[in-house]
Design a protein around this ligand. Sequence first.
Ligand SMILES: [Zn+2]
Length: 227
Amino acid sequence: MPLIITKAIVIKAKDYGEYDKLVTLFCPDSGKLTVKARGVLREKAKLKFAVIPFNYGEYVLASKGDYLSLSNCTQIRSFYALNRNYDVFKCACTALKVLDVISGEGNREVFEETLNFLTALCESDATDGLLLKYMTDMLELLGFLPDLSGCVCGKNQGKLYFDSCNGLTCECCKGESDTLIAPKQLRIISDSLHKGYAEAKIGNEAHESCVRLIKDFFNAKIDGANI
Ligand SMILES: [Zn+2]
């Protein structure tokens, strides 16, 4: 029986039959995997922890014909601190939603970025600042980040607008539904790309509207996304 040994983060899990769960993992090399976890709903199950969302561990999976079965897991981090308040938990769940919609195949950078984001959220309540950093980094890693230096036509003077499909537009190129983007918002988004999570943990002011813009852009770019 072939075994797969891989690091993974739990994206989600649902009950399957009386005592089993179907757990969705995100792995650095294999991307999203659905795994049957037998008996984890039994009272004394040893691997209960291995199907809890956000659990990060080294998983041992057995390939059983047309499905994978959870054979063992060594926990690396539970990320339990994400449960400390609702805002932090909701913000962290955004990362799981992102992994769920993007992860056809593995991506080590996406995996590392997500671990860094969750680690920073365990230590700070600056949810908007951290989420903005995560979302812009993810767009960049996936090759979807728009040019933030000016309109698609090359113009970077005057008022700039944000088109959730194409990125920045100028007064001449803008479409009807494009929203005006303030220079300060643009600066906050650009800055979030270049600073580390340590800095993102500090500032949280005025990030909410930027997060909304980046989420809209993400949803427009990624099929099936509703972040
Ligand atoms: Zn233009």
